[in-house]
Design a protein around this ligand. Sequence first.
Ligand SMILES: *[C@@H]1O[C@H](CO)[C@@H](O)[C@H](O)[C@H]1NC(C)=O
Ligand SMILES: *[C@@H]1O[C@H](CO)[C@@H](O)[C@H](O)[C@H]1NC(C)=O
Ligand SMILES: *[C@@H]1O[C@H](CO)[C@@H](O)[C@H](O)[C@H]1NC(C)=O
Ligand SMILES: *[C@@H]1O[C@H](CO)[C@@H](O)[C@H](O)[C@H]1NC(C)=O
Ligand SMILES: *[C@@H]1O[C@H](CO)[C@@H](O)[C@H](O)[C@H]1NC(C)=O
Ligand SMILES: *[C@@H]1O[C@H](CO)[C@@H](O)[C@H](O)[C@H]1NC(C)=O
Ligand SMILES: *[C@@H]1O[C@H](CO)[C@@H](O)[C@H](O)[C@H]1NC(C)=O
Ligand SMILES: *[C@@H]1O[C@H](CO)[C@@H](O)[C@H](O)[C@H]1NC(C)=O
Ligand SMILES: [Cu+2]
Length: 656
Amino acid sequence: MYAFWTNVVSVLNLFTFSSTSRDVTSIEYPLGNEASVPVASVNAAKPGPIFRAPEVPKGDFEDFKCDYSQMVGWEPCSSEADRSCWLINRATGERFDINTEYEDNTPIGVTRKYEIEVSEQSITPDGVPRTSQVVNGQYPGPIIQGCWGDDIEVTVRNNLTYNGTTIHWHGIRQLNTNAMDGVNAVTQCPIAPGQSFTYKFKTVQYGTTWYHSHYSMQYGEGTLGPLVIHGPSSSNWTEAIEPVLMTDWSHVPFQEQWRKSITTGGSGRLKVDNVLINGIGTWGGTPATNPYTTEFKKGKRYLLRIINTSVDSTFIFSIDSHILEVISADLVPIQPYTTDHIVVGIGQRYHVIVEANPLNDDNAGTFWMRTELAKGCAGNGLNPETWNKEHSTTGIVCYDEHCSPPVASPTSRRGTFDDDCHDEPYDKLVPVVPWLVGAPSNFASDGQFELDMEFYQGLPLYPSDRALQRWNMYTSTMWLNFSNPSLRMVEEGSKAGDFSQYAVVVNQTHPHNEWVYLLISGTTKNLPKSAHPKTHHPIHLHGHDFAILEQSTKPLQIGQLKLNLENPPRRDVAFLPASGYLVLAFKTDNPGVWLMHCHIAFHASGGLALQILENTNEIKLDDDDYARLNETCAQWDSWKNTSQDGKQFLQDDSGI
Ligand SMILES: *[C@@H]1O[C@H](CO)[C@@H](O)[C@H](O)[C@H]1NC(C)=O
Ligand SMILES: *[C@@H]1O[C@H](CO)[C@@H](O)[C@H](O)[C@H]1NC(C)=O
Ligand SMILES: *[C@@H]1O[C@H](CO)[C@@H](O)[C@H](O)[C@H]1NC(C)=O
Ligand SMILES: *[C@@H]1O[C@H](CO)[C@@H](O)[C@H](O)[C@H]1NC(C)=O
Ligand SMILES: *[C@@H]1O[C@H](CO)[C@@H](O)[C@H](O)[C@H]1NC(C)=O
Ligand SMILES: *[C@@H]1O[C@H](CO)[C@@H](O)[C@H](O)[C@H]1NC(C)=O
Ligand SMILES: *[C@@H]1O[C@H](CO)[C@@H](O)[C@H](O)[C@H]1NC(C)=O
Ligand SMILES: *[C@@H]1O[C@H](CO)[C@@H](O)[C@H](O)[C@H]1NC(C)=O
Ligand SMILES: [Cu+2]
């Protein structure tokens, strides 16, 4: 079968943020104390366990409990000595652990409800005030967490004045819940100002990810936060620290920059100014607050969860004199490997264990946590040379008495690794639960599943006669219609051809559980080689983890693919190297309309995206979801029709 590719691509008001206040009356089995439960009490009548989630840092959300009370006879089994185990049924010997095929088997958790509000607010993360679009009055937004197998329900209220919004749950599979993927113009209309939408999904996977707005460049303005699903780990750790969100930051709102760039043309106008860790940065020598600081106790093994929420920048994360043990990439647990630095592309996440055992101890007990910029990865505005020399020391790790404030500036030295732009080494990312990738079902020979890219400047695509950047993926630029989401078109019986300009069809009735290969070439075929934009693209697919069959920094040569089908790296964001190519594969096991896009916000806005219509005849949209889809669109259309204080809604980018 051939692929049928048609043309494609805040404010702070505290709102209630609550996890379900379930009536927790069942017996609790605190973690680490399992041994004290008499074996005799283990029988079929024993209620399922409720226990403190081991990854929750002390102090924060300490009372957050995993609740498996429906799993009669089971016990928790994660301990400092063995984090690979999650739940065990000692009577039957069954386990949910790091080796469980999580795409097929999931424990039975509870439903957790959250409410969030997106609003406009001026914030000063690095001392420079700036209008932002934040979540629950904070940046980054509040943590949303659950335990493996929970159902999560999040009600999102839009309190913005002139923007719609949607929230996407990055990397969450949304198995048979396409309508909850949160992509405006694809799975729903934007939530109109003043309106709400409730997302409901099951956590089939576990690990660390993030939620973010998918409305134009909104996440760059602050509409994002961490999303953590507690579960097992492929190596042992003693204590977890809060998720570390690294991001680039601009003092001029991205949407403003974008608007300017397309109305006045020219290049180099889109830029970032700074880098923040968990919403804190330093500007002009004076930190807004103390740098992000975390306290270590010697000998412990800390679990760090790193999330790159950048708009444009790839980071290299390291801690002076410390070895990092990498144990998961995106939501996929991997065989542990050690390194002294880790390259984190936009949207990518890593679980890393840091052993609090510095290699070089003559630093008075404080060490820099470095967030450097990878040389040669996009980088608008921030010069990696200057940045890495002068500003990359964005956080501090301190020990014992050196942690009492004011914490002294570390004098520690950086390791000797390079700062080139590349993904983590391909061979290192070995998933714990292996996949053997089968033959492709969507092409007959090399090249027939190729999605080339094209890059243009100055084409009249936008509501002006100038376009800073217009990207094509396959044959056209994505330009979505907020009022006409693809999912509704599917429900109304649209045929592949109706999606014309911006949809791509794998097959509306593709056989199930077959492999679909996607070859994406980073060489822009409309330009001479010398004119290729020398930038990599972090490619993200919704609705699936994908296997990376090949990731090459060399230009594509048909007939010379060397595909790795035996347990290749698997994740949800992978680098397409500048002028190289990427071969991805996913299994057709999740009917839906799934977006695939570059996660550099400027490129996504410029159309570097496409939709995959997967077995759309089988999308299970129940009446409630369909009614909600209709209602959200009616609310959006009605808001869009009304001029707001003389301002009229104007779409000025791809929509995502
Ligand atoms: C970690 O847990 C494993 C079980 O998965 C155990 O075999 C191993 O000894 C533990 N390692 C350490 C360093 O404690
Ligand atoms: C969103 O809001 C920003 C800030 O008010 C504004 O500049 C932009 O035009 C709006 N964009 C859309 C697509 O509504
Ligand atoms: C945003 O919240 C404020 C304060 O609650 C309220 O006055 C305003 O009407 C809200 N705006 C929208 C668009 O929901
Ligand atoms: C985030 O990803 C972008 C793009 O891949 C990259 O340029 C940036 O350095 C990354 N940031 C971090 C902190 O890893
Ligand atoms: C967007 O979709 C709506 C609803 O189907 C339709 O009325 C409108 O004409 C479309 N707009 C464009 C620019 O195609
Ligand atoms: C989808 O695949 C099936 C089975 O291979 C084939 O019969 C059908 O024609 C294809 N449909 C489209 C729209 O490509
Ligand atoms: C949604 O709207 C369409 C018309 O656009 C209608 O055919 C359909 O019945 C509606 N579905 C529900 C569940 O309201
Ligand atoms: C919006 O305005 C158009 C005409 O400009 C009209 O056809 C349409 O019915 C209006 N939609 C709503 C929901 O008010
Ligand atoms: Cu890109």
